[in-house]
Design a protein around this ligand. Structure first.
Ligand SMILES: [Zn+2]
Length: 107
């Protein structure tokens, strides 16, 4: 370290190094939390046109380390369906209306 460095410069330098170290630690922590390896995640399993099962990995929620809804991204895995109470009620209401009047369009 140079002696010509002022105490202010020195503090700044150490703050930089500390920030960098903290970032490294946080990054390591994040990678350790990636728990289920890709190879161990379940497969989609949707029926394919050839009669087999879709072997694509399911859409994975990294935050909770769970499958989002158990399907791969081309078999509806990206869609979660209604999540909020208001959304659930809306789809219920829509289904009720459609069940009552099958000939009318649902608008
Ligand atoms: Zn699939």
């Amino acid at each position: 370290m140079s002696r010509r460095m002022s105490i202010h410069q020195e503090i700044q330098m150490w703050q930089k190094i500390t920030r960098r170290l903290e970032w490294c630690v946080a990054e390591m922590e994040r990678s350790r939390q990636r728990r289920t390896p890709r190879s161990q995640r379940p497969r989609c399993g949707a029926r394919t046109r050839t009669g087999g099962m879709c072997r694509a990995p399911v859409v994975w929620c990294e935050a909770t380390d769970e499958p989002r809804n158990g399907r791969c991204r081309i078999h509806g895995g990206l869609s979660t369906g209604p999540r909020t109470d208001a959304g659930k009620e809306r789809i219920r209401e829509s289904n009720r209306r459609r069940a009552k009047k099958p000939t009318e369009t649902d608008t």
